[in-house]
Design a protein around this ligand. Structure first.
Ligand SMILES: [Fe+2]
Ligand SMILES: [Fe+2]
Length: 376
């Protein structure tokens, strides 16, 4: 639905169907002079029949992006840039620097021996590690080391800085934040740490050491924060979990084997505003299409395949990133008949759920598959 093509449903009683004339136009002018307006002139636009996503389904291919991210190593220092990040800009969300919907994403790169200054913000952050060795993050004094395909969180309001050990390798990871959402809600704050770098206050990797064993919590649990005390979810354990799940479950017709990274303390989402999943498409698997509210940004953790999003086919392979805007039909397929493919994804589902906006629908026609009308 656009401003020029009217929806036929808008002609019915129950919608705004006032026919304007000269007297009404003059009335509208008088209202405008008082910073007011007649609701019936805008009602059909501001109350759509269903969500009208503002983002375009888009793919960022690692093959094209990686050389440009590597170029930034020689162009700016982390000290001057704050964070050396190439952000993913949705062609229809340039105004808010969003990757999809109200979610921000970018690729951060660091050399061995480099570190960012510590800061905190009201927006939540997460990272999916793409490559390198010796990378670490310090979150509120908890130092956490990470490797490729690990998932790490930096909850809202926590001090955090990152670095790569001297003996490490150039490291790259995808950042995901809800900066556009926090700004839209006019609730963002930012602070630079008074000491510029945090001193770790705990044993290294105390968070995964304390909370990383499946189904086990310290007997005298004292965690009282509204986000997960587990700040690193390793690839090995995640992949093992999916393989084990696949032995006992058929999974979802829309997502294959999909598991949610969860707060071990509550079983809920890892953070208050963003959630994350890892899903596995088994050899030969092609899911059926569905759509739901909430925006999702995918990162191909393993394998290759394609997704059809809003009728457009996007072929992907390892380390490619693509997005599925709110309420857009989408389905995924593994390109291999024998090897599995894994998709990491993060989303704004916690917000949708808390506000009562989460809604999901299956694509019923054509055996559950969209007609492919183009390639992206
Ligand atoms: Fe940050
Ligand atoms: Fe979905």
């Amino acid at each position: 639905m656009t401003e020029t093509v009217r929806d036929e449903r808008d002609s019915q009683v129950g919608r705004a169907i006032v026919e304007d004339d000269a007297e009404l136009e003059s009335y509208y002018d008088d209202l405008a002079g008082l910073e007011t307006g007649a609701l019936w002139t805008v009602a059909n636009d501001i109350e759509p029949w269903e969500p009208t996503p503002s983002s375009a389904p888009t793919i960022w291919r690692n093959k094209e992006l990686r050389p440009q991210v590597m170029r930034s190593l020689d162009l700016v220092s982390p000290e001057k840039a704050g964070r050396r990040v190439v952000y993913l800009r949705n062609p229809k969300r340039k105004d808010v620097s969003a990757c999809c919907g109200w979610l921000f994403s970018g690729i951060q790169v660091m050399r061995p021996g480099e570190k960012t200054s510590a800061h905190k913000h009201a927006a939540s952050a997460l990272r999916f590690i793409m490559e390198g060795a010796g990378g670490y993050t310090v979150v509120d004094g908890h130092k956490i080391t990470f490797g490729a395909r690990d998932f790490v969180i930096t909850p809202n309001g926590t001090w955090h800085d990152h670095g790569v050990l001297e003996n490490g390798e150039v490291s790259m990871w995808q950042d995901g934040l809800d900066i556009p959402l926090t700004n839209a809600l006019e609730a963002n704050f930012y602070e630079v740490h008074p000491d510029l770098y945090q001193k770790p206050n705990y044993a290294e990797n105390d968070s995964p050491g304390t909370y990383g064993a499946p189904g086990l919590l310290p007997a005298k649990e004292t965690w009282d924060k509204p986000y997960s005390p587990l700040m690193k979810y390793t690839w090995e354990e995640t992949y093992e979990g999916l393989q084990a799940y696949g032995k006992v479950s058929d999974g979802s017709p829309y997502d294959g084997l999909i598991m949610r990274y969860s707060n071990p303390h509550t079983g809920g989402h890892v953070m208050q505003t963003m959630g994350a999943h890892m899903q596995m498409l088994r050899g030969g698997e092609a899911t059926k299409a569905h759509r739901h509210t909430g925006n999702v940004i995918y990162h191909v953790a393993k394998g290759s395949g394609h997704s059809v999003i809003g009728g457009v086919r996007f072929d992907w392979t390892e380390k490619d990133i693509f997005c599925v805007p709110a309420w857009m039909w989408h389905e995924h397929a593994n390109a291999s008949d024998s090897e599995d493919a894994c998709l990491f994804s993060f989303n704004d589902f916690p917000v949708m759920e808390k506000l009562g906006y989460y809604r999901e629908e299956a694509f019923e026609e054509n055996g559950g598959h969209q007609e492919v009308t183009g390639a992206g």
